[in-house]
Design a protein. Sequence first.
Length: 266
Amino acid sequence: MEYTSGAASWQKALRRLVGGLLPRRPRQRRPVWSVGVPLIALAAGLLFTTTATTAGGTALREDRRPQLTELIEDRRAQVATNEDRAAALRGEVESRTADLARSDGPIREQQDRAVASRTAAGFTALTGPGLIVELNDAPQSGRLPDGATNDDLVVHQGDVQAVVNALWAGGAEAMSIENVRVLTTSAVRCVGNTLLLHGRVHSPPFEIVAIGDPAVLRQALAASEGVRWFRDAVDNYQLGYSEEVATVTVPAFEDSTTLRSATVPQ
């Protein structure tokens, strides 16, 4: 019995010794996919939620140009309605002011002063010799010229502004863009390839009419660096540009006359 017990103890000690000399079995790692799958599922859920919110119940691939066209037409109708209401209110104010002027000397004096300044301020239509300038996008032939992008084939805000500034510098007495009277303080802005002027949206071609000495106006256009750049683009990308001398009519200014800021001249 003692031998058997001693042999068992010896075998146990031998196993511990051998076990210490043998390399330990590496700890099994979790597969990579077991961690990646939950992360991918979470990202997919966030993507689906974002897509649903952005689409707003509509297909993302759906062509929304009809919706944009409808929105533009609605805004255009709203602007026309507001302009008619504003014209009616201006007529009412002028009528009541005229009634007061008949019995009030100071009011009549100021009214006569305002009437005398209407032409210079742009509130009356004018007719006279002048120049018609037209800017237009390049024709949509389906193939771009070598090295050109779609951005090179449309009229930009800077192009219209260059012509307008050159005509003012050439001594234009009155000017209109797309038959809308503009003043020296009028802002010319483009949204895409459309022109936004006094709340109205216009598509090319853009017709700019100026009253003044045609020869001087043409010289001012020729001297303008911005106009020369556009003319170069006309040659390179088939944009549209033309000048026509004619007897022209510029309508009266019809936008708001409310001053937002003013400075006292030195």
